[in-house]
Design a protein around this ligand. Structure first.
Ligand SMILES: [Ca+2]
Ligand SMILES: [Ca+2]
Length: 368
């Protein structure tokens, strides 16, 4: 697609000011995006796309490349839809997916991170800057009267104070079912939603948006890991070592141990100030401006888990069609080994729990 994209020598939005394009309740960024996409269908690129840095690359290089790629596309680096969801442009590139066998935590969960292999993503995409929130999901439910899988089955899985994880009747996206006091707010990530529910949310976004060239969906597992790493070839997007600051990710930590003194799992020896869910965006973003890619809640991907191939792959899709959908990034209850860039897990399409949510990707399809 990159060869067919337009590049403009003056800001696209300056050219398009005044052009009529009715978008009810749209933010300015949203309107700009639609106008830019409309333009992309008719304009041709006179210059090649910015080259992706060679992986691994620094946070500074990641930021510079992301900005240059957005400028080259003529698309906004960030935009916000009328639901209040902010999307960030993730440029294409090549990276090493998975982890080396000597990485601490490698394959500890029973899901295979080997072999570490080269993956090339050829297309840019947008990814939600934050996990999908309770408030956003509420608007979806109010508009569609949607009933989640977990509501249909009477509850999802949740932990007790000793990390015993089991089906817990009465839990839902409105009642996460944590084993200590917790007040769910609209800025918390939505949990107890299944892959099917997440896909229904995306389908609703597609229906209500209906802009040529945009498809709301979950990210593929490869898109997720590329976006999470943002150039990092280490265990975490912030580097090789476990966090000591409490400012980068919400996972099992001293805050969790305070409310559950008998919690038996390994914790990261810092205090991130949240025992359970944290409001989205409470921690520092990675180099691609994305928050909570590691920690807070696991995130569903669009593609199924499967053993990695031995050779390089381009735009990989499903792994094993008989396995569940990939979930990534770990969450508030997890040990550090489960909250690495390469950590994998998988869940069936109608399953949900109190530490699993999703974030939306926007696949950009600008066909000429
Ligand atoms: Ca925590
Ligand atoms: Ca997350």
């Amino acid at each position: 697609m990159s060869r067919t994209m337009c590049v403009l020598t003056v800001p696209l939005f300056a050219i398009l000011v005044g052009e009529a394009f009715a978008v009810p309740q749209a933010s300015e960024g949203w309107r700009e995006l639609q106008l830019a996409l409309k333009k992309l269908h008719t304009a041709k690129s006179p210059t090649p796309a910015p080259a992706a840095p060679v992986f691994p690359f620094t946070a500074d290089k990641a930021r510079a490349y992301q900005e240059a790629y957005a400028r080259w596309l003529g698309l906004p680096l960030e935009w916000t839809n009328d639901l209040g969801t902010t999307f960030v442009l993730v440029p294409p590139g090549t990276f090493l997916m998975g982890s080396p066998a000597d990485e601490p935590g490698h394959n500890l969960s029973g899901y295979d991170e080997s072999p570490r292999h080269q993956v090339t993503l050829t297309k840019p995409f947008y990814l939600s800057k934050y996990e999908t929130t309770v408030g956003q999901f509420r608007k979806f439910v109010e508009a569609t009267k949607y009933v989640t899988d977990i509501e249909k089955t009477g509850g999802g899985n949740a932990h007790d104070a000793k990390a015993v994880w089991k089906h817990t009747p009465g839990t839902s996206w409105l009642k996460p079912g944590y084993a200590a006091a917790f007040e769910l707010k609209d800025m918390h990530p939505v949990v107890h939603v299944s892959h099917t529910d997440a896909r229904a949310f995306c389908a609703w976004l597609n229906k209500r948006t209906d802009v040529a060239g945009l498809t709301f969906d979950l990210p593929t597992e490869a898109q997720w890991e590329w976006a999470c790493r943002a150039g990092s070839g280490e265990r975490f997007w912030w580097g090789p070592d476990e966090d000591k600051t409490g400012k980068v990710a919400n996972l099992g930590d001293r805050a969790l141990k305070r409310v559950h003194p008998n919690w038996p799992r390994v914790i990261m020896p810092m205090d991130d100030e949240h025992a359970f869910l944290a409001p989205v965006g409470s921690y520092r973003p990675n180099a691609f401006r994305l928050h909570d890619m590691l920690g807070n809640v696991w995130e569903f991907c669009s593609t199924r888990y499967g053993k990695y191939p031995n050779g390089p792959r381009t735009d990989p899709t499903d792994g094993d069609p008989k396995r569940g959908f990939a979930v990534r990034g770990g969450g508030w209850s997890n040990i550090p080994a489960d909250v690495r860039c390469a950590s994998r897990n998988a869940d069936p399409p109608h399953f949900g729990h109190s530490n699993l949510g999703f974030r939306v990707a926007v696949q950009i399809m600008v066909a000429r």
